[in-house]
Design a protein around this ligand. Structure first.
Ligand code: SF4
Length: 482
């Protein structure tokens, strides 16, 4: 039986952060978090191995909270975890305070940590400043059973959102974005079902709207809107949202477009609200045609109108692709969730891509892209590990490797041109004609580096081994995280 609000059973101390996944899982289950772990395992299935190499998954949830107006985000976890997460947040320009409730073994064991969290939440929940306060349990508080579900649901009109985002339950930071986005959407859905809610700041278009799921390059949503307009469809605020009131408008759509295919908890809320969900995305010619068909059908648009929208969207994409052919052998890997889409676009532009690795799991919303890629002879590896990515790169011997930081490092060590997936993709449009121009351009530019890399490898192989300096200063290297 759960203790009432205000009293918390003493938590058993969990093993430390390095206790191992099994130990932490056992501790969390013993502390009453079995239902949470079962839900996470269903939403974010692991395998073929346990977990792709990645940064602390909680960063994804923290980032979603920090990017929202009038939302305060508080972490509950070990100081070393919080240091890393806040460092990364500010490195990426959060320009927002991150709240922290520290603990020691005594406050953890006695249940005082929960009291400290509740106090912090009460002090932070100022309606003049915030619409919502997010409190995130990291590994140790989750494994110790700190019961965020016993926090009040709102304080003076400020919503309180408590989520567990343990590294031993959420495989990637991408999926951690979904943990928070889904929790907020669930809260907003219950509010909308209960009565009138606030409208978004920007005027909503009349008629049926499509909500895009995924963090997108800013030029992409307007590009998608232009493709949908001939069918009389518009786009609303996308998810993850930038403000609480946008959540209602995002829910108030006809179709949720899972252009990033890993928002499982968020999709569940759209489904609960009776919205249709469509996978894949408008990249290149074939996928754009299929996507517009699927969206049009889901919105009950007649076939003639759908065909007219396709004709308008596809002509410029076709022209741009013809003018920007790609002649390169590549491997593609990353942890954004858009790896399959990018590979589709590049293959259509002329690239040969025998391998695509993604840290994300297989979901039904990427099935069309997977099937298309497999028909082209591409091996699609879900939950890809760094070892699999590197092995594929060595086997394929690509002209260009598009991947994560360690893959790029491994590629450059053997003289293979390589570019960071995130830096390339998140800084450029992917959809429609704009994407068809942007991605081939960077591939062409980067492939020219092969001769330079070969010279560098030759130079260092010929050079005598350097004498190690007496002391080195390590500077932080900017990792790619979106
Ligand atoms: S919260 Fe968990 S996964 Fe994240 S840094 Fe701490 S121990 Fe690692």
């Amino acid at each position: 039986m759960s203790p009432p609000d205000g009293t918390v059973a003493a938590a058993k101390p969990a093993a430390g952060c390095h206790g191992g996944t099994d130990t932490m899982q056992q501790a969390a289950r013993a502390a009453g978090k079995s239902a949470l772990l079962d839900r996470l395992a269903t939403d974010y299935p692991k395998g073929p191995h346990d977990q792709p190499q990645s940064m602390c998954p909680a960063f994804g949830a923290l980032r979603v909270g920090l990017r929202m107006r009038r939302v305060a985000t508080i972490l509950s976890g070990s100081a070393c975890c919080v240091y890393g997460l806040t460092f990364t947040s500010h490195f990426y320009g959060a320009r927002r305070s991150v709240g922290y409730v520290p603990f020691d073994s005594e406050t953890l064991v006695t249940g005082q940590l929960f009291e400290d969290i509740r106090k912090a939440v009460r002090e932070t929940a100022r309606p003049a400043d915030y619409d919502a306060v997010v409190i995130i349990n990291l590994c140790v508080p989750t494994a110790s059973g700190v019961p965020l579900d016993l926090l009040p649901k709102e304080i003076d009109g400020v919503r309180i959102i408590g989520i567990d985002v343990p590294g031993f339950g959420v495989p990637t930071h991408a999926e951690a974005k979904d943990v928070l986005a889904g929790a907020m959407l669930r809260y907003a859905r219950t509010e909308a079902e209960a009565g009138a809610v606030a409208r978004p700041r920007t005027e909503l278009a009349d008629g049926q709207r499509v909500t895009l799921l995924g963090e997108l390059f800013p030029a992409d949503p307007p590009g998608v809107a232009a493709m949908l307009a001939p069918m009389g469809l518009a786009i609303g605020p996308q998810l993850p949202a930038r403000e609480w009131r946008d959540l209602y408008a995002a829910l108030d759509c006809s179709i949720a477009a899972a252009v990033h295919p890993f928002y499982t908890a968020s999709v569940r809320e759209f489904a609960a609200a009776g919205r249709a969900v469509v996978g894949s995305a408008p990249v290149g010619e074939a996928a754009t045609a299929d996507w517009l068909d699927a969206i049009g059908r889901a919105a009950n648009i007649d076939a003639v109108t759908i065909d007219r929208a396709k004709a308008q969207a596809l002509a410029p994409i076709r022209a741009v692709m013809a003018a920007n052919p790609v002649n390169a052998r590549m491997v593609v890997s990353g942890y954004e969730g858009s790896e399959l889409l990018v590979a589709r676009l590049l293959i259509e532009a002329g690239a040969t891509i025998p391998y695509v690795g993604t840290a994300l799991p297989r979901t039904e919303w990427s099935d069309a892209d997977r099937i298309w890629l497999e028909e082209q002879g591409t091996h699609v590896q879900y939950r890809a590990s760094l070892e699999q990515d590197i092995a594929a790169m060595r086997e394929v011997k690509p002209d260009l490797a598009l991947g994560t930081t360690p893959l790029v490092q491994a590629a450059k060590e053997i003289g293979t041109p390589a570019v960071y997936f995130t830096n390339m993709v998140s800084a450029r449009p992917v959809f429609g004609a704009a994407g068809a121009a942007a991605l081939p351009a960077i591939v062409a530019a980067q492939c020219k580096g092969r001769e330079r890399f070969s010279r560098m490898v030759g130079f260092f192989e010929a050079a005598p081994a350097p004498t190690p300096p007496p002391r080195t200063v390590t500077r932080p290297v900017k990792a790619e995280v979106v």
